[in-house]
Ligand binder design. Structure first.
Ligand code: NAI
Length: 329
């Protein structure tokens, strides 16, 4: 099977090598269509996300992606935002659960963040009023809100979840978040087997830090989803272990929550767990559950043996960590 591998920058190439080696060692029958993206590509090809990358995903339908640096303030539009928009990957799915032998403040965390992926402040509608004033438009539509709410409830039903909790700031953003909330309420009525709860985003953050075990599936607009999913990553050991997926009607791109980590790039110190768990979910998605199970078990056995990268309190270099996982397949 042919799958697009989008290699970004920073730690992207290192973690991509780690994960493709593990999948190869597990005998997974995938032929990678490798596509580079990011800052260097922009210099040579004029865009950080050339058309060839989009064409490849459109052809193969599924991609595994490593992070891409987005320069702050100026320059090109974020590759990630563009990719999600162009392929209409409207659902961002980020499961957060405790992994073996990673010390965290709470046990039994098992939260799934469902983030709307195409609009809100990420629609990129910004304008400069004058040199001292700028505006960003927060765009929320009923269609996109109902579609993501449907996705969250559908996910909850198919995965034996009990509750969907919609997270907004509808008390302040009465019209925009109000519409997101109203859409979630409407969709909840069709899914009576799943408990429906509402919470304001500030209170949600406090509750997540104090008592994360109360939450099951969280449903959020784009910006709150981005922020809250990093908070949830912190609950399970940090960005190095937080997996994710962008899913649409026709395409799916699996990628970790974290960015390109320029502070540790090229040092062989990155953790490939987040990308590996994203790849495991990709294998489930393409109907290779046995390989997914086998790789996940090898990963858990490795962590249980006390073998960890630096970000989670270990002293293993990425290449050694990769070898240890392969040895346990
Ligand atoms: P970041 O996620 O790259 O890094 C935050 C901190 O977590 C850093 O200390 C980093 O070393 C650590 N970290 C992240 N992933 C790790 C891993 N796999 N193993 C070990 N440590 C890890 O966030 P930051 O620094 O805010 O962003 C860097 C760049 O990445 C920016 O240009 C940003 O726009 C981009 N970015 C790209 C994303 C994507 O391509 N999906 C998502 C988020 C950010």
């Amino acid at each position: 099977m042919k799958i697009t591998l989008i290699k970004g920058d920073g730690i992207g190439p290192e973690i991509a090598d780690s994960v493709t080696e593990i999948l190869y060692a597990a005998g997974v029958d995938i032929q990678w269509d490798v596509q580079t993206a990011g800052a260097e590509v922009a210099e040579s090809e004029g865009s950080p996300l050339p058309q060839r990358v989009l064409d490849s995903v459109k052809q193969n339908k599924v991609a595994l992606k490593t992070p891409v640096t987005t320069p702050i303030g100026k320059g090109f539009r974020s590759v990630n935002v563009q990719l999600r928009k162009e392929l209409d990957l409207y659902a961002n799915l980020r499961p957060c659960y405790n992994l073996p032998n990673i010390k965290t403040r709470y046990d039994n965390v098992d939260i799934v963040v469902v983030r709307e992926n195409t609009e809100d402040l990420y629609a990129g509608i910004e304008r400069k009023i004058d040199s001292d004033c700028a505006e960003s438009i927060k765009r929320i539509t009923r269609n996109a809100s109902e579609r993501i709410a449907e996705f969250a409830f559908d996910y909850a039903e198919k995965n034996n979840r009990k509750e969907v909790c919609v997270v907004t700031k509808a008390n302040i953003c009465k019209l925009s978040d109000g519409l997101f909330l109203e859409s979630a309420r409407n969709i909840s009525k069709k899914h009576t087997g799943i408990n429906f709860r509402e919470i304001l985003v500030d209170n949600c953050c406090m509750q997540l830090v104090q008592n994360p075990n109360q939450f099951d599936v969280l449903l959020l607009p784009n910006l709150y989803g981005d922020i809250v999913s990093d908070l949830c990553a912190g609950l399970i050991g940090g960005l190095g272990v937080a997996q994710g997926a962008n899913i649409g009607e026709n395409f799916a791109v699996f990628e970790p929550v974290h960015g390109s980590a320029p502070d540790i790039a090229g040092q062989n110190k990155a953790n490939s767990t987040a990308l590996l768990l994203s790849a495991v979910e990709m294998l489930n998605y393409i109907n290779m559950p046995e390989s997914a199970k086998r790789i996940k078990k090898a990963l858990f056995d490795t962590l249980n043996s006390g073998i960890k990268t630096y970000d989670i309190g270990g002293n293993y270099l990425l290449t050694d960590y990769t070898k240890e996982i392969i040895a346990r397949l």
